[in-house]
Structure formats: structure tokens, C-alpha cells
Design a protein around this ligand. Structure first.
Ligand SMILES: CC(C)(COP(=O)(O)OP(=O)(O)OC[C@H]1O[C@@H](n2cnc3c(N)ncnc32)[C@H](O)[C@@H]1OP(=O)(O)O)[C@@H](O)C(=O)NCCC(=O)NCCS
Length: 184
């Protein structure tokens, strides 16, 4: 099933197209951006391979499937967000985000990820949506909290990551928590 683009007040979430390459290189090519990502800074060839792997965005209900969407603002791609089917049987979904530092600090990631949570719960019927992050990635942890995800776990040195042992934080929100957010 292909993904129908979704609008938010400021943004368009849509499948990537090959002509997004320059915009994607501008952020996924950055060492600052990739510091906490699995990949090293991308070059043009890596961006082309990335775009080939995520275009067109389709949703298949199989474990491991990833829906990766471009986040467009004023006609340019300023970042991307993704959902990954962690378990079809248990309706577990992982959420992720990567934005161009030029556009950090304006709530764009919050706005895009909020819309993606709607996709996860309302369209995919997820029971639980979770995020995994390095505890040093404070901006990502704040984003989880703004979105209403709870900090569930802090795993110590659970992976060898970019030359050192890395901790892992797990944040999550259940469908019923998302539907009725706690009062702050
Ligand atoms: C993680 C990441 C997406 C967070 O980006 P961000 O710019 O901090 O998040 P937002 O776009 O939601 O902006 C929120 C910030 O803007 C401020 N803000 C301004 N206007 C806002 C609005 N309308 N709505 C919400 N926040 C707003 C918030 O106060 C917040 O500031 P703070 O972090 O100083 O508290 C970004 O740091 C990133 O792309 N990092 C590199 C890739 C990465 O590490 N990805 C995650 C791997 S786990």
C-alpha cells in the first residue's frame, strides 16, 4: 500500500523522490547529524542508495519494514521521519527522526513526529510505539518527552557503537496512553 502524503500546519510528509538528493545530502552528509545514527556521514553515492531504498514509500505488514518519509517545508526537504514494524504480531512500532540542523529548534520535528504517531496508531493500529536513542542525544530525548513517550529503560553498554560502548534509552507510548494523554 503506498503512502498518501499528509499535511500538518507547516509541513508536508511525503514519500521521497530522487530529486530530493541535494536536500538529503545537506543533512545526512553532516557529521553532527550522523553522530548518533547507525551510518557515517553520507556522500552522494550513499544518499542515492538511501533514496533508492526508501522510494517509493510503501507499507508492507512484515516485521522489519520501514516507512521513511521526507519532511518538506517551503518546498525543501528539511528532514525525515520513519516508522519501522518491529513486530506485526504484537503491533510494536519503532519511530525515528533526522532533521537538518539549520531547522532545529523550531518544533518541526515535534510537528512531523506527532503526525507520524497518528499514522502509527490510527492507520497501522499499533499497540505500542517506541524510540531507541543514545542517552547523550539530549535533543532526541526531549523530543520523546514532548511527544508524550515515557522513558522505559536505560540499558548500559548494550552495544559497541562508533568505537566505544554505548548505552541505550528506550522511550515508549501505548495506544491507550496516546489516546488519553496524562494531564501535565
Ligand atoms: C533529534 C532532533 C530531530 C531534534 O530536533 P529539535 O530541533 O530539537 O526538535 P524540534 O524540531 O521539535 O524543536 C524543538 C525545540 O524547538 C523549540 N520550539 C520552538 N518552536 C516550537 C514549536 N512550535 N513546537 C515545539 N517546539 C518548539 C522547543 O522548545 C525545543 O527547544 P529545546 O530542545 O531547546 O527544548 C534533532 O536534534 C536531530 O535531527 N538530530 C540529529 C539526528 C538524530 O540524532 N536523530 C535521532 C536519533 S535517535
Amino acid at each position: 500500500m503506498s503512502f498518501a502524503a499528509r499535511s500538518t500546519p507547516r509541513l508536508l510528509l511525503r514519500p521521497f523522490v530522487a530529486s530530493d538528493a541535494a536536500d538529503v545530502l545537506a543533512y545526512r552528509g553532516s557529521p553532527e547529524v550522523s553522530r548518533y545514527l547507525m551510518h557515517e556521514p553520507m556522500d552522494e553515492a550513499a544518499v542515492a542508495a538511501f533514496l533508492a531504498s526508501v522510494t517509493p514509500a510503501r507499507h508492507a505488514r512484515v516485521d522489519g519494514h520501514r516507512l521513511q518519509l521526507a519532511v518538506e517545508w517551503q518546498g525543501r526537504v528539511i528532514g525525515d521521519v520513519n516508522l519501522r514494524v518491529s513486530s506485526v504480531q504484537s503491533r510494536q512500532t519503532e519511530i525515528g527522526w533526522v532533521f537538518n540542523p539549520t531547522h532545529h529548534g523550531r518544533g518541526f520535528a515535534t510537528e512531523a513526529a506527532s503526525e507520524l504517531l497518528k499514522v502509527a496508531f490510527e492507520e497501522w493500529g499499533s499497540h505500542r510505539v517506541f524510540a531507541q536513542l543514545d542517552p547523550k542525544n539530549a535533543a532526541s530525548a526531549r523530543l520523546c518527552e514532548r511527544l508524550g513517550l515515557r522513558r522505559e529503560a536505560h540499558l548500559r553498554e548494550e552495544s559497541w557503537f562508533k568505537g566505544e560502548w554505548g548505552d541505550l534509552l528506550i522511550y515508549a507510548v501505548l495506544a491507550q496512553e496516546w489516546a488519553t494523554p496524562a494531564e501535565s
